[in-house]
Design a protein around this ligand. Structure first.
Ligand code: C2E
Ligand code: MG
Ligand code: MG
Length: 396
């Protein structure tokens, strides 16, 4: 690589060797293109395409990267104005390095460029990487506020790649959380990876952030991300970054076609399960999956279930002890006996499909409510363990 990269990139901009490539972001369910990210490419005169890895990290050591970012914003504006003329404009996100946070008159420059092309501000997204947030968080928060005040969306890029914590992100008033591809490295098949991802999506959605998964390459990843209600997919599974011409063409092809489709036609089994679960939660605010053979459970509680102070996973026997303690004193014994593992395993052996009991349960608010708990025995296709799904009906 060239000795003085800063000089080389300056020349590259002058010689029109820097180009914006676009990687579309797809609606996770409908497969429509709903936005894109602008990614810089250095295309040398002889045609060699140099990816950002070879020059961006070096430029990011100083504010020399800023020239690239402003150049890319301008390119994105040009592309959007072409799309506006075609009637298919979707937002484009542009990467901004942390140096912009201390750049003089950042807001004015941003508005000057975007307004110069008459682009509605909601079509521009400003991406800032997670690692930038760690120092001087107060200053960054003010910067994010000022960008959003002008009508632009702000995204945190590469979330999960570095050291920033959920605690830290929660204080940033951002619109979009981009989940880094390193979090998908186990192909979403590893239980721990799934738990981490589920928690991140849950957290982001509770804070009203739109989520984008980056680096999605496989059907397994896509299937799992849909179950997490991830809104946008950016990855090779659908499209690689591409030159503007190809991007504009793809947007024309992929807009409208999917729009008119019945959502049920493109529904995946995983997202259908999510809908089914929503319906189940309307009647049963608490659903518990238990493995009687291994003495374990996993609990899914809808937000407004009356007694929330329960662990979400753990030892089944302890769960029953804990559960009995939250019952009306007169119901405790019946609850503990009916739902003991011994009794449930016996019922299973006798071929009963389910076991049911009505109790009065004490909520976190100190009020007793009638709860009907029904334990259904279910067979897992790949194990012989005795599994139970408990549906708890909050009657009052
Ligand atoms: P990023 O902003 O996180 O961009 C996403 C990167 O992931 C892109 O790499 C993209 O090509 C890659 N990617 C997307 N889908 C997949 C996938 O399915 N599999 C794999 N393996 N990779 C995927 P790219 O274009 O090489 O850019 C690398 C990084 O360079 C960007 O990461 C960003 O941090 C930086 N960068 C790119 N353009 C700019 C720019 O204009 N300004 C600044 N400041 N940084 C930029
Ligand atoms: Mg990015
Ligand atoms: Mg990223």
């Amino acid at each position: 690589m060239e000795k003085n990269i800063v000089e080389s990139i300056k020349n590259a901009i002058e010689n029109k060797e820097l180009h914006a490539y676009y990687q579309p972001q797809f609606d996770a369910i409908t497969g429509r293109i709903i936005s894109a990210e602008a990614l810089v490419r250095w295309i040398k005169q002889e045609g060699e395409v140099v990816p950002p890895f070879f020059f961006v990290p070096e430029l990011e050591k100083t504010n020399a990267i800023n020239d690239v970012d402003w150049f890319m914003l301008e390119e994105a504006c040009k592309t959007i104005s072409k799309q506006i003329a075609q009637g298919t404009a979707v937002p484009i996100s542009v990467n901004f390095s942390r140096w912009h946070v201390t750049e003089d008159a950042f807001e004015d420059k941003l508005n000057r460029i975007v307004d110069g092309y008459n682009i509605p501000h909601n079509l521009i997204e400003v991406e800032i990487t997670e690692s930038a947030l760690i120092d001087e968080s107060e200053k960054i928060r003010e910067w994010i506020d000022s960008v959003r005040k002008n009508g632009y969306s702000v995204a945190i890029d590469d979330f999960g790649s570095g050291l920033s914590s959920l605690q830290f992100v929660k204080d940033m008033p951002v619109d979009i959380l981009k989940i880094d591809k390193s979090l998908l490295s186990q192909n979403c098949e590893n239980e721990k990876e799934r738990v981490v991802l589920e928690s991140i999506f849950y957290f982001a959605h509770r804070l009203k952030m739109v989520t984008v998964a980056e680096g999605v390459e496989t059907d397994e990843q896509l299937g799992f991300l849909r179950t997490c209600s991830c809104e946008k997919i950016q990855g090779y599974i659908f499209a690689k970054p591409m030159p503007e011409e190809d991007y504009l063409k793809l947007c024309m092809e992929r807009s409208g076609i999917y729009e008119s489709k019945d959502i049920l036609e493109v529904q995946t089994p995983a997202s259908a399960s999510q809908l089914l679960l929503d319906a189940v939660f309307m009647k049963y605010p608490l659903v518990i999956f238990s493995n009687l053979t291994r003495n374990s459970f996993y609990m899914m509680a809808y937000e407004n279930f009356s007694a929330t102070s329960c662990p979400s996973t753990g030892n089944f026997d302890e769960l029953i002890v804990h559960g009995a303690a939250t019952m009306h004193p007169d119901d405790r014994e019946a609850f503990a006996t009916t739902f003991s593992r011994e009794n449930l395993l016996q019922a299973y052996k006798e071929g009963k499909p389910s076991v049911s009991l009505l109790t009065r349960q004490l909520g976190d608010d100190g009020v007793y409510r009638e709860v009907e708990t029904t334990d259904y025995f279910v067979k897992h296709p790949s194990v012989d363990d005795v599994l139970v799904i408990s549906l708890c009906d909050n009657r009052s």
